[in-house]
Design a binder for this molecule. Structure first.
Ligand code: ZN
Length: 468
């Protein structure tokens, strides 16, 4: 998502402290990770300790420069680095406490690794690898190990393999055990449970910090911004006093929270305007999407063509002969030929982020749609009166008039469509669909979303009462 690079801070807030705070927090987490790694792994686990230290060295330290690191990035990195590490450490501690003391060792898969190399590092006899791989389907999983995967092995004093544990995914794990001298393998399912919880926040300086104060993860904040991203520009529209309430799932594994699940419903009040979204799964195709409480899609659609054109004078190519520049260039848009002065329409709801002369493009308008999409309109004859940078536009609204300003041989609209900053062919790009809940499912939609929307209403009323 494009707003990954935004740090969600209100533009006019001159506040360096959150940046510093997050830097300190991130560094603190990294240090904590090292301390835990070195205190809780016995002498047997030097390997693990080195690997964790290596990872901290190679990944986290270069980014701990204040100038480069946004608070969002700092927090994201610190969470990514430390939480899984802490959990892994905790599991080792649990194993150490509950199972066979001091013998389980953890090995992290490095790039270029294979099982033979890992067994070699663990000092286990190669024949025992063969023995294990002959166990069939269960251990076949081990031929597809990836860097950062973790293998835990248990050996006796003669380095015979007694046990091996591998997390296949967050729901399943492989367990190999030697019983009466014979290796056995089995795949087990963790006890996965989904619970719903809620959080509310009021924005003081940034959505990100408000989310942190509300106790929700960086990922969930990004999700929340994604749900409302078509209506609210999280880089520019956020104001002090904006508030949100979100009901979301948490995924527990064996009673311990491992990650957030989906947002079920949420409300965001931006500059006094209330937006609500609810997740609904279409019973027909099993696809989940966010809708307004009356069943309209939260995502907005695009017009395939932003102008009533007479012909397409030039298509999207990676190389073509430029009639004015007389050289080969790629053409990362579509040219629509039409009469000078033909109205040009915004192809989707969005916000004007550029209006003016842009080199060979002549008079140009760029519109941002949600967090992922932007459209560009060039060679314009003139702009719609009142159109400004920052103006919100509706799909189909006239934004400008067709012309031949800049490097153009004749009147045409040069139109570009970008997804995450990358040019895509406007004629063929898969446009986001924004169909409302189908008529035949409206009753089901209302029935299934009513309880959670009622809960959201209760929470937001309570929040308002608490804050007044
Ligand atoms: Zn063009």
């Amino acid at each position: 998502m494009a707003f990954i690079n935004q740090d969600f801070r209100i533009k006019d807030t001159q506040d360096k402290h959150p940046r510093l705070r997050w830097l300190l927090f991130a560094t603190g987490c990294a240090v904590l990770g090292v301390v835990i790694a070195s205190t809780n792994t016995g002498t047997d686990n030097l390997d693990t300790e080195n690997l964790i230290a290596d990872e901290l060295n190679s990944e986290s330290l270069p980014v701990f420069t204040e100038n480069e690191l946004s608070p969002a990035t700092a927090a994201r990195l610190s969470f990514e680095l430390t939480l899984p590490e802490l959990q892994a450490q905790q599991e080792i501690i649990d194993d150490l406490n509950n199972e066979t003391p001091k013998q389980w060792r953890e090995f992290k898969v490095k790039s270029g690794d294979n099982l033979a190399k890992l067994f070699d590092r663990a000092g286990i006899k190669p024949q025992q690898l063969d023995e294990m791989m002959k166990l069939g389907k269960d251990t076949e999983q081990l031929t597809r190990i990836y860097p950062k995967d973790t293998l835990r092995v248990l050996t006796d004093d003669d380095k015979n393999l007694l046990g091996l544990r591998y997390e296949i995914d967050h729901e399943t794990y492989l367990m190999v055990e030697r019983k009466d001298g014979v290796l056995e393998a089995d795949t087990f399912k963790h006890d996965i449970e989904t619970r719903s919880t809620h959080a509310s926040g009021v924005i003081d300086s940034s959505l990100f910090l408000a989310g942190q104060e509300a106790g929700i993860s960086q990922n969930l904040i990004m999700e929340l911004a994604g749900v409302f991203g078509w209506d609210i520009d999280f880089a520019l529209d956020i104001r002090k006093g904006d508030r949100f309430t979100v009901i979301y799932e948490e995924i527990f594994r064996n009673g311990e929270k491992i990650k957030d699940g989906n947002i079920l419903t949420a409300e965001f009040i931006n500059q006094g305007k209330t937006y609500q979204a609810v997740r609904y799964t279409n019973p027909e195709n099993n696809r989940s999407e966010y809708f307004t409480p009356d069943g309209k899609s939260m995502r907005k659609a695009f017009l395939r063509s932003p102008v009533n054109f007479t012909r397409i004078s030039s298509g999207f190519t990676t190389s073509r002969y430029h009639p004015v520049l007389h050289k080969f260039r790629s053409h990362k848009g579509v040219d629509y030929a039409a009469k000078r002065g033909t109205p040009i329409l915004a192809s989707g709801d969005g916000k004007v982020i550029f209006k003016g002369i842009k080199g060979g493009y002549g008079r140009t308008v760029i519109i941002q749609h949600g967090s992922k999409y932007s459209t560009l309109y060039a060679h314009l004859n003139g702009y719609q009166r009142n159109l400004r940078v920052g103006s919100k536009v509706k799909q189909g609204q006239t934004i400008a008039y067709l012309g031949s300003s800049g490097l153009a041989t004749g009147p045409h609209l040069h139109y570009e469509f970008r997804v995450n900053g990358v040019h895509r062919n406007p004629l063929t790009v898969k446009l986001p669909i924004s169909n409302p809940v189908p008529q035949r499912y409206l009753a089901d939609f209302e029935l299934t979303t009513a309880p959670i929307l009622a809960q959201l209403g209760l929470l937001t009323r309570t929040q308002v009462a608490l804050n007044n």
